[in-house]
Design a protein around this ligand. Structure first.
Ligand code: DQA
Length: 160
């Protein structure tokens, strides 16, 4: 049976979570968030792959590598949220659901954080929920992918 895979992408500076501005982002590390996200995927019978990079091109490559292979993407683009047009374009080439995720609520912060280049592509947006946002975003992505999944043709339960 082929596995269902959700790809979690983490943008610049998220590798510093745990010590980076804990008053905004909390004290959980990125690994803590990935573990919680993976648990949410596993509970639904899915695999979760994670990639963090401080370089936009690496994230673009990760999206390309996911096209046709993973069924959903959850992305916390970090500051690329606000200006990462090449990440936007890569995500636009992805055919499955995309969930935009933030620990904080950028709309309640500095004006330059109010624009998201990812939002127009996103099936759902999870922001301002802190650590709880990770498993919730994964659940939303998987539910959206499952809803989009083509009919398997299994009509064994239908009346003949
Ligand atoms: C963030 C919000 C962004 O504005 C910021 O640049 C980040 C983290 C969040 O998770 O709240 O790096 O995406």
């Amino acid at each position: 049976m082929p596995r269902h895979v959700v790809l979690l992408l983490s943008g610049p500076n998220l590798n510093l979570l745990g010590t980076r501005q804990p008053e905004i982002y909390g004290t959980d590390t990125l690994l803590d968030h990935v573990r919680a996200a993976r648990r949410a995927a596993t509970e639904r019978g899915w695999d979760l792959e994670h990639r963090q990079s401080n370089h936009e091109g690496d994230l673009v490559d990760a999206v390309h590598a996911g096209i046709g292979r993973v069924e959903a993407i959850v992305v916390n683009p970090g500051a690329l949220t606000h200006y990462g047009w090449s990440l936007h374009d890569a995500l636009a080439a992805f055919e499955g659901p995309i969930v935009e995720l933030h620990l904080s609520e950028p709309r309640e912060r500095e004006p330059w954080r109010h624009t998201s280049v990812v939002e127009p592509l996103a099936t759902a947006r999870v922001a301002g929920e802190g650590a709880a946002g990770y498993p919730r975003a994964v659940a939303l992505a998987i539910d959206a992918a499952a809803a989009d999944a083509p009919d398997t043709g299994d009509d064994s339960e239908r009346p003949s």
